[in-house]
Design a protein. Structure first.
Length: 95
C-alpha cells in the first residue's frame, strides 16, 4: 500500500469444512501427490467410520460417516490442507 499498489484480501469461512471432505477425492489426491505408503493406511483410517449420539441415557442407532476427516486428530488438518491444496490461484497477482 505504501508503494501505491492495490491491496485486496479474500477470506473463506467454509462451514463444517472438515466434515465435508470427499474421502475418495482426498485419497485420489494422495495418489496424485505420490505420498509413499499412505493410500492403504489413509483409506482404512477414513472409511468405515460410524457414530452414535447419546442424549442422557438414550443412545441412537449407529450411522455411517460418509465424508470428512477425523477432527481432533493430528493428521486431520494436514489431510484437509491436502484436500484444498489445488484450489486455483489468480494469475497476474503478486502474493
Amino acid at each position: 500500500m505504501d508503494e501505491g499498489w492495490n491491496t485486496g484480501a479474500v477470506f473463506l469461512d467454509i462451514a463444517k469444512a472438515f466434515d465435508r471432505v470427499w474421502t475418495d477425492g482426498l485419497l485420489y489426491k494422495l495418489i496424485v501427490l505420490r505420498i509413499p505408503g499412505s493410500i492403504r493406511l489413509m483409506a482404512t483410517y477414513l472409511r468405515g467410520r460410524r457414530f452414535a449420539v447419546r442424549v442422557g441415557s438414550n443412545l441412537s442407532s449407529e450411522r455411517a460417516i460418509a465424508a470428512g476427516v477425523v477432527q481432533g486428530s493430528k493428521v486431520g488438518p494436514k489431510l484437509f490442507n491436502i484436500y484444498i491444496n489445488d484450489i486455483p490461484s489468480p494469475r497476474n497477482c503478486q502474493i
